[in-house]
Design a protein around this ligand. Structure first.
Ligand code: AR6
Length: 206
């Protein structure tokens, strides 16, 4: 709740590079969105999303950080899940994390589609599927890392637009009414910069 909303960022003129909007201004939506740069494992939210791989058995990057911070019980639960398809996600408890749940999403490796689905559709699927888990469990807050933009090589600017577009579409469909906060949690300054640069295309100022 100390994390500023997009509405506040616009008010404080923290975001000045206003793009041609693809959607109409919506204060209710802007009040739900935050863009931050932080270690996602420190967030006290209902769910953090993990950028996992198909095995769901851990790895490097944000996946490694989440497993380290959650403790070994997270891996125990992940071992019962039978992996996950690219573009989809599975939910576990958060164990020693401040977050109640972890939603493990498997992003695409840039340049590789699956069964007629493009990398863009697969990445969008990660965001949609994670939001559906959150709504299914009646969660109020969810934080996403920049899925696929590390080891999986998805260009940051393109990935940021896919993420913003899919979250906006989900809200536009009326599916996110119970969600009070959707946080784009970046680790690198360049990724946060991309969100600040592109957000007004999908969530224009009111
Ligand atoms: N908090 C928030 N974001 C983070 C953190 C953190 N603590 N650490 C890294 N990031 P990556 P991918 C950012 O490589 O590209 C793993 O081995 C990072 O800067 O973690 O989806 C999995 O097991 C980048 O912007 O995930 C898979 O095998 C973003 O998280 C594979 O990597 C994603 O980078 C998945 O690759």
């Amino acid at each position: 709740s100390e994390i500023p909303t997009l509405s506040l960022l616009y008010k404080l003129h923290r975001i000045t590079d206003v793009r041609e909007p693809l959607f109409s201004p919506n204060a209710t939506f802007n009040d739900k969105i935050s863009i931050i740069r932080q270690d996602i494992t420190t967030l006290e939210v209902d769910a953090i999303v993990n950028a996992a791989n198909k095995s769901l058995l851990g790895g490097g990057g944000v996946d490694g950080a989440i497993h380290r911070a959650a403790g070994p019980e997270l891996l125990d639960e992940c071992e019962t899940l039978g992996g996950c398809e690219t573009g989809e996600s599975k939910i576990t408890k958060g164990y020693e994390l401040p977050a109640k749940y972890v939603i493990h999403a498997v992003g695409p490796i840039y340049g590789t589609g699956r069964r007629g689905l493009s990398v863009e559709e697969l990445l969008a699927g990660c965001y949609r599927s994670s939001l559906e888990h959150a709504v299914g469990k009646e969660l109020k807050s969810i934080a996403f890392p920049a899925i696929s933009t590390g080891v999986y090589g998805y260009p940051s600017g393109e990935a940021c637009e896919v993420a913003l577009n899919e979250v906006r579409r989900f809200l536009e469909e009326g599916k996110g009414e119970g969600l009070e906060r959707i946080i784009f949690c970046n680790f690198l300054q360049k990724d946060e910069d991309w969100y600040h640069r592109m957000v007004s295309k999908y969530f224009p100022p009111v």
